[in-house]
Design a protein around this ligand. Structure first.
Ligand SMILES: [Cu+2]
Length: 135
């Protein structure tokens, strides 16, 4: 429940300086973006959020991955549980508040500049695989 050290060690080739230094290990990720400072409380919250996203509130594919973007559809047809929840929370939590718009991870246009983005999205793909096995 922390950012892996390979992304926070400044000697690592995976390191990106545009991260929120106050939210790096050993600080637990706050999936609810509650502002909680107690790591044990954050872990409890995170487990509840993941249960809700993966099991409780997700019944059909669109609940998890969101509604499809189609030609002439609305700009934002509707996010899935992961997109509006843990996925975005991680990106906001680790984005650098010293940057104008929380680059790199905290902004859509710049997130791909941080190698952590690809690890994060691989985890979203892993969650998708797990969700499919649950249903
Ligand atoms: Cu993302």
């Amino acid at each position: 429940m922390t950012v892996p050290s390979m992304f926070t060690d400044s000697t690592s080739p995976l390191y990106n300086a545009k991260l929120n230094s106050t939210n790096m290990p050993p600080t637990a990720i706050d999936l609810g973006l509650t502002g909680a400072t107690d790591d044990l409380q954050k872990v409890v919250n995170n487990l509840k959020i993941m249960y809700s996203e993966m099991v409780h509130s997700v019944n059909i594919v669109e609940d998890f991955i969101g509604k499809p973007y189609l030609e002439r559809s609305a700009t934002d047809p509707g996010p899935g549980s992961s997109e509006r929840g843990s996925h975005v929370a991680v990106q906001v939590f680790v984005g650098d508040p010293k940057q104008p718009t929380f680059e790199d991870m905290g902004n859509f246009y710049s997130a791909g500049r941080d190698l952590l983005f690809y690890c994060h999205h691989a985890n979203v793909d892993r969650m998708w695989t797990l969700w499919r096995e649950l249903k």
